[in-house]
Design a protein around this ligand. Structure first.
Ligand code: NAD
Ligand code: MG
Length: 348
């Protein structure tokens, strides 16, 4: 089975011993020196043995993924998950489907990376055809997702474009409906987050970009999608713990998440009578491109997720099943709900 050794990276547990994965063997030796590495492997032997035993029973969620400190890193916005260290887990190797979304048709904004990518992979493996939207700069990430959807035996459509533009939002829905042959699941997941220590550092243009991406785009997309949605369809929004517990350096972003939670609850009441469910997912700190491309201050990034009760950030893969659950027909009484995944902190 696969595991994680802090400071080294991905490892394989083979018959009770630890093997470094080829890709990180050289880095590990370069970074740590062979002596320290050997000590690390001996120390991790115990973990490996425990995990091997645990394989048949329970896995401690706190040890499942990398913990801080993370190496200092930054990318120009919007960032690529493929360039992050360590690379986030979107369920590429782990998510197993069971036809929970058989033959549904889904559009996911921000489907190239992070939570959107985890949802796209899971939806395809649950039997849905999936269209993803993203920015042209993210083509590299998007290509990987398209390949994974196709590998799952489903139809995949890439529709890049900027959601800050109303005309594009309308076109995106029309294009998705045409290519998918209808629309049953709309996931409004894309967002802009740029941390600024003072409100004085936020220009009107930046404030406007955050509002356009996080508040206007879902408004435009939902308006364009509604005529195509029939009873049984769902709308899912990605909100945040920031909706209820805003950070001092996310003045503009946090209020857009309060708006997201609010529109979900309002629309659920408006569309419930039509048989269309509207729900949200409220992540806590999750290891995604948004955080390394200006979303988190450098000093916060190094200790990212370290102040949660689990001592680590979440990975997008850990939220995939929530997006599936909210879209699945057996969640038919979930409407106007916000499902949280924050590692012990925050309130949905
Ligand atoms: P991410 O960077 O992987 O995904 C965000 C996506 O938004 C990008 O991939 C990009 O394609 C898209 N996007 C941004 N501006 C756009 C624009 N103008 N036009 C088109 N697409 C645009 O990061 P993520 O963390 O997976 O973010 C997904 C959602 O999760 C967001 O709504 C974010 O607010 C929310 N969220 C994230 C965290 C976290 O800690 N990562 C916590 C709470 C909520
Ligand atoms: Mg992206």
């Amino acid at each position: 089975m696969e595991g994680w050794l802090n400071g080294v990276g991905p490892i394989l547990y083979v018959n009770n011993h630890v093997e470094l994965k080829e890709m990180n063997r050289r880095t590990a030796i370069g970074n740590m020196g062979t002596g320290i590495l050997a000590l690390g492997l001996i120390a991790d032997w115990r973990t490996a043995t425990a995990l091997d035993t645990a394989e048949n029973s329970l896995l401690n969620p706190n040890d499942k993924y990398p913990k801080p400190p993370f190496i200092n890193q930054s990318q120009p916005w919007p960032g690529l998950c493929s360039k992050m260290q360590p690379r986030p887990d979107h369920g590429e190797k782990s998510y197993k489907g069971s036809d929970r979304l058989k033959d549904k048709k889904a559009l996911i904004t921000g489907g190239d990376s992070g939570m959107g990518r985890a949802a796209a992979i899971a939806y395809a493996r649950e039997g849905a055809d999936v269209a993803i939207n993203y920015l042209p700069e993210e083509e590299e990430d998007a290509k990987e997702v398209i390949a994974l959807i196709k590998e799952a035996g489903r139809k995949a459509f890439a529709i890049p474009g900027d959601l800050r533009n109303e005309e594009f939002c309308t076109r995106l829905i029309e294009e998705a409906v045409r290519q998918l042959g209808g629309l049953n699941i709309l996931v409004n997941n894309a967002a802009r987050q740029q941390a600024k220590s003072s409100i004085l550092d936020i220009s009107t243009e930046e404030f406007d970009a955050t509002m356009k991406t996080n508040i206007y785009a879902p408004f435009w997309l939902i308006k364009a999608a509604l005529p195509h949605l029939t009873p049984g369809a769902v709308i899912i929004g990605t909100t945040s713990v920031q909706a209820t517990d805003p950070s001092e350096d996310l003045y503009d972003y946090a209020q857009t998440k309060a708006a997201t939670t609010n529109y979900i609850r309002s629309l659920a009441k408006q569309l419930g009578p039509k048989g269309i469910r509207v729900n949200g997912v409220a992540p806590g700190p999750i290891w995604t491109a948004l955080q390394v491309s200006g979303g988190a201050m450098p000093e916060k990034l190094i200790n990212f997720g370290g102040d949660t009760p689990m001592g680590r950030p979440g990975q997008p893969a850990e939220l995939a099943s929530i997006y599936v659950q909210l879209a699945a027909d057996d969640a038919s009484y979930a409407n106007g709900q916000i499902y949280g995944a924050a590692g012990g902190g925050g309130q949905p």
